[in-house]
Write a protein that binds this ligand. Structure first.
Ligand code: PLP
Ligand code: COI
Length: 346
């Protein structure tokens, strides 16, 4: 294994020891195998290459302060990939099989699990794709389920909790009204690549999508959910085009434990200037504070119509920091996991 600098990982692909693979054919899943061959060997006519029937997950494993290995809420990811795959009308792994393969992946790549103390973790990426050769538009009858992983640091590569800038996407949507925004399917990300690239070229860290039906309400960032703090209230959009984030759900429980009021509701764009703290939240980004949000008629236009400066500015907001510290302490085994969110390697 190449020597890794655990303090300088960012969010990049790094080759590990093995990936875990199972194939669904003739009504059953094959016994999952750990293989060092990272090439999936698919027929060029596999449905995924033409009709994009692919969905995936993202979850993390942590080496705790006590030396134990914790996998954070894999049962939730299992449920979500089952929803995504079912929406694509393809066979899905059982929750038990999903968790077993995730554990197998962590075990098989244990050398790549960052040690405690670097703020790093192992990101686990399960994928579910249509694999049988076909020509016409049809759901796949054969499916490949693979679980792979990579050691990661922060998503942006910046120091933990460094505030990022964002821009509103007025002229690009990541999903359609009545579309697939609430499912973690690959096509949603393909749609967001072009506007993301535009935003990144302009120097923004994040891209904020609006509800595609009316373009008047906040949906979510391209990589994560939107969460804001207003006084003693935790505000997050209720929208059927937003991915139900496991991190957001977790943070809501933590916020409740802290005595905050939770508001899951429509968030008008106009309300952006009323929040004390704004964050992106998700497995990869954990909590990433947002320092300012630019609003432009189009991402291509030269003019910035207005800039919303978040009061917490160059710092992570106090409430957000408390939420972050709590979730990370549970993941690292420094505070009691009162909700039983962590799964341990046997
Ligand atoms: N929204 C989008 C579009 C995402 O890609 C992600 C990442 O998974 C999230 C939200 C956050 O979801 P979770 O907290 O389950 O990782
Ligand atoms: C995650 O946070 O797990 C994601 O999938 C976001 C992004 C890396 C696609």
């Amino acid at each position: 294994m190449a020597q890794l600098d655990w303090s300088d990982l960012s969010f990049n692909y790094r080759k590990t020891n093995v990936i875990i693979v199972s194939r669904y054919k003739d009504g059953e899943w094959s016994e999952p195998v750990a293989t060092q061959d990272f090439d999936l060997h698919l027929n060029a006519f596999a449905g995924v290459f033409h009709y994009a029937n692919a969905c995936f997950e993202g979850l993390k494993a942590f080496r705790g302060a006590d030396g134990k290995v914790r996998i954070f809420r894999p049962d939730e990811n299992a449920k979500r990939i089952r929803r995504s795959g079912s929406h694509l009308d393809m066979a899905v792994p059982s929750e038990e099989m999903f968790i077993r393969m995730v554990k197998q992946c962590v075990k098989g790549n244990i050398d790549y699990l960052p040690p405690y103390g670097y703020g790093a973790s192992m990101y686990i990426r399960p994928i579910l794709i249509g694999s049988n050769p076909q020509l016409g538009i049809a759901s796949s009858t054969e499916v490949l389920f693979a679980v792979m992983c990579s050691p990661v640091g922060t998503y942006s590569g910046a120091k933990i909790l460094t505030p990022a800038t964002a821009v509103i996407s007025r002229n690009y949507d990541r999903t359609a009204p009545n579309g697939t925004g609430a499912f973690k399917i690959a096509a949603n990300y393909a749609t967001s690549l072009h506007p993301y690239n535009l935003a990144h070229k302009l120097g923004y860290g994040e891209l904020l999508f609006l509800d595609p039906a009316t373009k008047t309400k906040i949906d979510e960032f391209g990589s994560s959910n939107f969460l804001a703090i207003k006084g003693n209230t935790y505000v997050t959009p209720l929208s059927d085009s937003v991915l139900p984030s496991i991190t957001n759900k977790t943070l809501q429980s933590v916020a409740e434990d802290f005595g905050l009021k939770i508001e899951k509701r429509a968030v008008p764009v106009e309300e952006l200037c009323e929040f004390d703290e704004i964050n992106a939240c998700g497995t990869a980004v954990v909590i990433t504070p947002i320092r300012s949000i630019d609003d432009k008629l189009t991402l291509e236009s030269e003019t910035i119509e207005r800039t919303i400066t978040v009061p917490s500015g160059d710092e992570c907001g106090k409430v957000s920091r408390r939420l972050y510290d709590r979730i990370r302490a549970i993941q690292d085994g420094r505070e009691e996991d009162t909700h039983n969110w962590c799964y341990y390697l046997d």
